[in-house]
Design a protein. Structure first.
Length: 364
């Protein structure tokens, strides 16, 4: 008999497994995939660590969380400085003085602020949709160049049809700084993310290629408590209907005729000229010197059953449906739900670690 059965070998499950085994608990971890690490999984291809499920850049404003993750790997000093490609023209992200100089030719923060304030006046009253919300924050020109078509590719619908609530804020920096994040701690593990999960799960029994829901009747008997990090709606057989997600498809390409394809780790394609939303050149995460390179293209599409869910569609309809599942889950004393899919919310890596450690506190 195991003390805990953890369903999902991603970051949430791995942190809980590590902390439980450290406290002498007997833990079994199962995952339907054939590898550990969840969406953080990296595969070493001839010395380049490929982020198989999209770019994962660790960052946090909390030193305790930075120290926590650094016990499992050495992190480099990578700074996320993506660029946007709009009809072949290159813009810096996030929106900063380099961006505004490219769009308007302005050179000083005062000139940039005046341009933004002038264009924000187009929206009068409370924004009714995402388009109006974005224009009210950064103006029409920035919206049309860097937000509208990218967002419509990402969500598969017009910005006029998307709720304003999707955008809480848009970072505007009136300085010449291309660092995407404000967090003081940021980097990539030297050697990729998979090693972190190998160390976290070292004290647990791990079974891969196991679909918990197909074997639930037997697996439930094997542990006193169960942590389920998969989709909560799937766990309950979509009793109240499926929760909606956006999904992603990745196309990985190796280029042997060049060692530097795009000159930066991440490029956002903000026009509909390209069907993909981003391209990722993995070697730049670790300052690689290999004579070849690997680039991944990211395509966003509507999720359907059987596909990997990525981004929860947190509108009022889906949130209300999730609350029904959450209430139902409270009636099962053996099972707790956690993680991005178990709690139906998108979280960054540092937030996942914080939530997992909090769950641990509740369990002990």
């Amino acid at each position: 008999m195991y003390d805990y059965l953890i369903v999902g070998a991603g970051l949430y499950g791995a942190v809980v497994a590590y902390e439980m085994t450290r406290r002498g608990k007997r833990v079994l971890v199962v995952d339907r995939r054939e590898h550990i690490g969840g969406n953080c999984y990296t595969e070493n291809v001839d010395g380049i660590n490929v982020h198989k499920y999209g770019a994962h850049i660790f960052r946090t404003s909390r030193k305790d969380i930075w120290d926590y993750i650094n016990q499992f790997a050495e992190f480099n000093h990578f700074i996320n400085s993506p660029i946007a490609n709009f009809h072949g023209k290159i813009y810096n992200l996030p929106f900063n003085m380099n961006t505004f100089n490219r769009i308007w030719g302005v050179r000083t923060p005062t000139e940039a602020r005046a341009k933004i304030d002038e264009q924000r006046k187009e929206i009068v009253g409370e924004p009714r949709n995402l388009e109006e919300k974005a224009i009210s924050l950064v103006g029409r020109d920035v919206y049309e160049t860097l937000i509208r078509e990218y967002t419509e590719k990402q969500w598969g619908r017009s910005c006029c049809e998307l709720p304003a609530s999707i955008i809480r804020r848009l970072p505007v920096r009136l300085i010449y700084d291309n660092n995407y994040f404000n967090d003081p701690y940021q980097g990539i593990p030297v050697g990729g993310y998979t090693q972190i999960f190998e160390k976290m799960l070292d004290g647990s029994e791990v079974r891969l290629g196991v679909d918990f829901l197909s074997e639930a009747s037997e697996l439930r008997k094997m542990a006193k408590r169960i942590l389920f990090t998969g989709p909560i709606d799937e766990f309950y057989g979509y009793k109240f209907g499926p929760l909606e997600y956006r999904s992603l498809r990745f196309e990985h390409k190796r280029f042997d005729d060049t060692d530097n394809y795009q000159g930066v780790a991440v490029v956002n394609y903000t026009s509909k000229d390209e069907p993909y939303t981003r391209s990722i050149e993995h070697k730049h995460f670790e300052f690689g010197k290999q004579p070849f390179t690997i680039v991944s293209y990211e395509y966003s599409h509507e999720w359907s059953a059987g596909e990997e869910p990525y981004y929860p569609v947190n509108d009022s309809k889906n949130q209300s449906r999730y609350e029904q599942y959450k209430t139902l889950a409270q009636s099962d004393s053996q099972v707790v739900f956690g993680g991005r899919l178990g709690e139906y919310k998108y979280t960054d890596m540092q937030d996942t670690i914080i939530a997992a450690l909090k769950e641990l506190t509740n369990e002990l």
